[in-house]
Design a protein around this ligand. Structure first.
Ligand code: ATP
Ligand code: MG
Length: 446
């Protein structure tokens, strides 16, 4: 993409309404525009990151054997009357009437609808296990929408639902979700710690929230600092192997890590003092095992191997897709702007032409752009007729992890400069070497 033809409405001034750094940078970098309280348009740069995050979520759900579908945003109220939640949900639910005076709602989540799909089509243990998920807009009429996309009213969520014949199989599904989530967040450059949480209004037995540590987080968290050192890395976990999956979950949930809702002072005090940490965190996901709560009330039954009919065992598992943009920026920025992790960056590299209009510089930039595209990478070439300082400031603000700087003086020696946004370190090399290095870097993020 050439910046001169792109739509990147960068703001020079700090927007007064933004209280936290991620919101400020998302507005300044031209990623979002507020349309109403907690409701945003996703401008091209923001939309690109949103799509990259969705892509990672899809890839990791597929790897775990989970199946995508798409349910609508609008739902009939009657479905929610079956589970009893239509009256329980309260003012967070946006209720709408259509022209026939039928009661509808903008879905805040989809347990009822997925249970309805299941009961219409599945009735035997032979069709289990089954996990269906979608990535779809939700609406919750939050009392205090704030912090940009972090607490929106309309927001994008991945929500997945497992159906299993018995408790043991359902716990395996729960564990499989935990491992797939660990992988998902790591690919986004995040450390998201699974913490024992409270089951709240959805109800149920087992639940963990995934928290990214950040001073602006809304949750108070208590943990053993050793938990922040754990990494899944490139381990090849066999998602069908119950013991292997459970072993990973054990590794990640044995050290103390809890939110204030489940905090236990006695257990916390047993941690060696230097490892005892109290901090704040952003909830980027949550997994739930709730058994037959919805299947029993809505009549979603399966026939077991023994021939008896039982309500299907279920759980639901969510990732805050749009909130993740805010969480990633909170975890990765400096005073000049965003620093995107390679896994989610909107463009893989920026190309800065120090002297637009200089024949050699223009040709070298176009050559670099073409070579990167040919290698399957997505560069952003700043071809505007601007001062070098202004070009650097824009690149720093929008946070591309790598920048290639091209100028007539370097080209006389046959070199360009490759700079890491994270470390600020620049290296001189030939344009070919810069392309080769970027290809190697992004190979590691597929
Ligand atoms: P919170 O406690 O932050 O209100 P929640 O526990 O009600 O969230 P869940 O029902 O667990 O939310 O939804 C799954 C995920 O969706 C959450 O972990 C969070 O990342 C995201 N999410 C929830 N509410 C919002 C919101 N208002 N704006 C953006 N993302 C949200
Ligand atoms: Mg939650």
């Amino acid at each position: 993409m050439r910046l001169s033809r792109y739509f990147l409405p960068v703001l020079k001034e700090n927007p007064a309404e933004a209280q936290i750094v991620s919101h400020r940078y998302m507005l300044r970098a031209g990623m979002i525009k507020q349309q109403a309280a907690g409701i945003y348009s996703w401008l091209p740069l923001g939309f690109k990151v949103l799509r990259r995050i969705e892509q990672i979520v899809h890839e990791e759900q597929t790897r775990a054997g989970h199946i995508p579908l798409l349910m609508p945003t609008l739902q009939p109220a009657d479905l929610w009357r079956e589970s009893g939640r239509y009256d329980d949900y309260g003012q967070e639910m946006l209720r709408i009437k259509d022209r026939q005076d039928r009661e509808m709602l903008y879905g805040p989540t989809n347990e009822e609808m997925i249970t309805d799909i299941f009961r219409a089509h599945v009735n035997s243990y032979k069709d289990l296990p089954l996990t269906l998920y979608h990535i779809q807009w939700k609406f919750r009429d939050e009392m205090r929408p704030r912090f940009g996309v972090m607490r929106g009213r309309e927001f994008l969520m991945k929500d997945g639902y497992n159906f299993d014949v018995d408790r043991e199989a359902a716990l395996h599904s729960y564990n499989r979700h935990m491992v797939s989530y660990l992988r998902t967040y790591e690919r986004m450059g995040l450390t998201a710690i699974p913490m024992r949480a409270d089951s709240g209004p959805i109800g149920g037995d087992d639940t963990h929230e995934f928290l990214v540590l950040a001073s602006t987080g809304e949750s108070e968290v208590f943990f053993d600092s050793a938990v922040t050192e754990l990494r899944l890395g490139n381990r090849d976990v066999d998602y069908d192997n119950r013991e292997a999956v459970a072993a990973v979950c054990k590794e990640f949930t044995t050290l103390y890590a809890r939110t204030d809702e489940t905090h236990d002072a006695a257990l916390f005090d047993a941690i060696p003092e230097e490892r005892r940490k109290v901090a704040r965190g952003i909830e980027v996901g949550q997994i739930f095992y709730f058994g037959t709560k919805y299947s029993a009330s809505m009549g979603a039954e399966v026939v077991t191997k023994e021939g008896t009919k039982v309500p299907v065992e279920m759980g639901s598992h969510g990732i805050g897709v749009s909130r993740l943009l805010g969480a990633i920026i909170e975890a990765s920025h400096d005073d000049k702007g965003i620093i995107w992790p390679e896994g989610v960056t909107p463009f893989h590299a920026g190309i800065v032409n120090l002297k637009q209009g200089d024949a050699a510089a223009d040709a070298a930039c176009a050559g670099l752009e073409a070579a990167l595209i040919k290698a399957g990478l997505d560069p952003l070439y700043d071809d505007r007729d601007e001062r070098a300082g202004a070009k650097f400031a824009t690149m720093d603000l929008i946070g591309l992890p790598w920048r290639i700087t091209v100028g007539p003086r370097g080209l006389e020696k046959g070199i360009v400069e490759l700079t890491s946004r994270r470390t600020g370190v620049s290296e001189e090399m030939t344009p070919e070497a810069a392309v080769a290095k970027l290809i190697t870097i992004y190979e590691g993020h597929k």
